[in-house]
Design a protein around this ligand. Structure first.
Ligand code: NAP
Length: 249
């Protein structure tokens, strides 16, 4: 028996929201594992900085500006990937926003549309577009949140969007399974990133939050990389439609 490896040499990986936080960590992690990477987010410059880091490792990479809620921009991202690399092996639907309304009563139409747009509408479209370019199979990895399983009134729209992403994961796994495309979801607990520091700004609040985790700490951003590499590799060849809770217990 050959033990499957997490090596990603020769794979082409798209990471949305790849300019910072968990997306940046995964873009660099995939490159470290041998992949060529498309780094996408709304702002091109921060993506370009990640691309520079990846090229310094000897891998190929491009930066693409893409607002994932805009379906035309999703098509342009896929087209740019095919034009540069001719294939897609892995799509990581990581881009996300988590605006916090004061209460359910104060959710505006704009907040609702933006939150659903980035966290659900974009991933759904990109999943469909990427799957068309995976004739020999592939892996789609959605980045969800524990809020989807434990919603509160503050996270109501975000939680609903991520719960939709969980459902999308299972639906897409069913549809694309016969074509060898696996679709899985990493349901994240708390990771040190800009978005976390915005919503939980003080050290006291972060310590309280860490106290509710079995491992008694908030994760570093690069602690998502092992799970992402696993889901992209043959080490998870029989795993699809699954929600993997990555939350420190
Ligand atoms: N950090 C946590 O504790 C945690 C917990 C649970 C789930 N998550 C999920 O993990 C993912 C990454 O979170 P993070 O903490 O790394 O966030 P982050 O540090 O705020 O980074 C978000 C990334 O998404 C991009 N982005 C935002 N809106 C976008 C849009 N409309 N189109 C394309 N890209 C967009 C941002 O770049 P631009 O501004 O240039 O677009 C940035 O690259 C999200 O889906 C989040 O919901 C995070």
């Amino acid at each position: 028996m050959t033990i499957p490896s997490l090596d990603a040499t020769g794979k082409v990986v798209i990471v949305t929201g790849g300019s910072k936080g968990l997306g940046r960590a995964m873009a660099l992690g995939f490159a470290e594992a041998g992949a060529d990477v498309v780094v996408a987010s709304r702002k091109l410059e921060p993506c370009q900085l990640v691309v520079d880091e990846i090229r310094a490792m000897g891998r190929r990479a491009i930066a693409v500006a893409c607002h994932v809620a805009e379906w035309g921009q999703c098509s342009a991202l896929i087209d740019a990937t095919i034009a540069e690399f001719g294939r897609i092996d892995v799509l990581v639907n990581n881009a996300g926003i988590a605006p916090v309304p004061p209460s359910l009563l104060e959710v505006t139409e704009d907040l609702f549309d933006k939150t659903i747009g980035v966290n659900l509408r974009g991933p759904l479209r990109l999943t469909a577009l990427a799957a068309k370019h995976m004739p020999s199979g592939g892996s789609i990895i959605n980045i969800s949140s524990k809020a989807s399983l434990h919603p509160t009134s503050f996270t109501v729209v975000y939680a609903a969007a991520k719960a939709g992403l969980n459902a999308l994961t299972k639906a897409a796994a069913t549809e694309f399974g016969p074509r060898g495309i696996r679709v899985n979801c990493i349901v994240c607990g708390t990771f040190h990133t800009d978005s976390l520091h915005k919503s939980i700004p003080t050290e006291d609040m972060q310590t309280q939050m860490a106290g509710r985790v079995s491992l008694r700490r908030i994760a570093a951003a690069d602690e998502i990389v092992g799970t992402a590499l696993y889901l992209a590799s043959d080490a998870s060849s029989y795993l699809t439609g699954e929600l993997i809770l990555l939350d420190g217990g």
